[in-house]
Design a protein around this ligand. Sequence first.
Ligand code: CA
Length: 236
Amino acid sequence: MSNNKYKILIIEDEKHINNLLETLLQTNGYKVISAENCAGGKMLFSSHNPDLVILDLGLPDADGMTFLKDIRKDFHTPVIVLSARTDEKDKVLALDFGANDYITKPFGAAEFLARVRSTLRNSRIHADSLDYSEEKFVSGGLLIDYDARRVFVDGGEVKLTQTEYNIITTLSRHPGKVMTYTAIIRAIWGYNDLNSTKKLQVNMANIRKKFGAKPGKPNYIENELGVGYRMCERDD
Ligand code: CA
């Protein structure tokens, strides 16, 4: 599918970042509209109905979170939040308020474009509700066979506990997207208590060990420190 149909709204007050993103996206075939504050962003959002919003949280007239909460009352339009390296709490809050992903400043062009692609793809999959119809998840050497409830790495079966398998499956239903600790915990245990995050981290450590995670080997699940976990993209 061509990128040409996608219209992206950038809301970012730092002129050089705004210009950089606009050029980058246009070069890659996206239509771009941009605003430098929350009010301008809201105006463009309602007049242009974009396919994706790139939202800076620190805006001059209002917090970017206000924009997010506002549009989430009526729209499912995917939103990628831009945030500074140290703002783990803001990232979690933004994700819990319905942001689809975030990207940390400073970031590279390739990483940014990959995030845009995967967010657009995920939102399309969810719109078509094809997400649970797949029988297998394949990414590099990782294979999850949902029907048989079996997991393989480089052709060898990995024996997972029920909980470990549920975690892997939950993450693999959202490939390329970060899931917050809270979102994963709710999906696995249905409730959140003081020990949940610790419990999740222990399970993740065991999964990594069983996957044979080593430096220099492909890491199928990225640890987003203080925020959550991100499953690798599936092979097309
Ligand atoms: Ca800013």
